[in-house]
Design a binder for this molecule. Structure first.
Ligand SMILES: NC(=O)c1ccc[n+]([C@@H]2O[C@H](COP(=O)([O-])OP(=O)(O)OC[C@H]3O[C@@H](n4cnc5c(N)ncnc54)[C@H](OP(=O)(O)O)[C@@H]3O)[C@@H](O)[C@H]2O)c1
Length: 255
């Protein structure tokens, strides 16, 4: 099969299109014919091997242990391994491939529990955009952030990959949302349901009077002390790393 492969860490020049062996599903895995894949910050970090600490879990200092990037996938089930129930060849699915060879290829093997049926109303491209960013937003707000209806959440980085999901999910949970982004994206976050929009280039939110039950901080450029200043006494702040860990443990909860 054709795949985008990398042997060493580096810029996008480290990626090359090559013929590689088509993977075969092991027990519990599903072979997916890839129709769409998405690019996330995760792929960018692993491609570059930066920050350096990422190279340690990858168990390789010179190049990634898994040579094909692309965490998010949408496609069609081609074959299933032993023990897989509920998915059959021809089913349309989407999911997060996890820490393994990814979806920048014609085929990818994915543990069955990391896949969900793709709703007919979603295109493959739309479905591939959901898993990692969507689950990070969902877990950040609901499991880690414990956001309740009627609470006020501030989403720092609301116009980005995770933030655009966070705004919509917070509104679906009946929260009030203050979205922080640049003004060029104000219309976008308003169209997604944000109640208030703050331009980070013009306003230092840590000096303002507003208080929040939750700050989902997807930017990480403020100190904990700064964030605490805008939180109500029993509030929480939540960072992507916390949401990521929880998301990794929660498999396909975005389905
Ligand atoms: N994408 C994923 O699937 C994923 C998964 C897990 C964790 N994460 C982590 O989550 C974080 C966000 O990722 P992302 O993919 O959503 O990033 P992204 O798409 O690049 O979005 C970045 C966001 O930050 C805003 N921003 C930039 N500078 C800012 C500042 N000084 N103050 C406030 N907001 C600022 C941008 O606003 P404007 O564009 O309007 O300027 C944009 O909304 C990263 O730390 C990433 O590693 C991402």
């Amino acid at each position: 099969m054709k795949a985008i492969v990398q042997d060493r860490y580096g810029s996008p020049d480290a990626l090359s299109r090559r013929e590689t062996a088509q993977p075969r599903p092991s027990s519990g895995e599903v072979l997916v014919r890839v129709r769409a894949a998405a690019v996330n910050a995760y792929d960018w970090h692993v491609m570059r091997g930066a920050p350096y600490v990422l190279r340690l879990p990858a168990r390789s200092l010179r190049g990634p242990r898994f040579r094909i990037r692309g965490r998010d996938v949408a496609g069609v089930v081609d074959a299933v391994g032993d023990g897989v129930t509920g998915l059959s060849p021809g089913d349309e699915v989407y999911g997060d491939t996890g820490e393994s060879d990814g979806a920048f290829a014609e085929y990818v093997c994915v543990p069955a529990e990391r896949l969900a049926p793709k709703q007919a109303k979603l295109t493959f491209e739309q479905a591939a955009a959901v898993p990692l960013a969507g689950s990070t937003a969902l877990v950040g707000l609901r499991a880690a952030g414990r956001l309740q209806a009627g609470q006020h959440v501030r989403v720092n980085g609301a116009s980005g990959g995770v933030g655009t999901f966070a705004v919509q999910i917070a509104k679906a949970l009946s929260a009030t949302v203050t979205a922080v982004c640049s003004m060029r994206n104000a219309e976008l976050v308003t169209s997604l349901g944000a109640d208030h929009v703050v331009d980070y280039t013009r306003e230092d939110f840590t000096r303002g009077p507003s208080r929040y039950e939750l700050v989902l901080d997807l930017v990480g450029n403020r100190s904990l002390a700064d964030l605490r200043r805008v939180l109500t006494p029993r509030a929480r702040s939540c960072f992507p790393a916390e949401a990521c860990r929880a998301a990794a443990a929660s498999s396909a909860q975005w389905a």
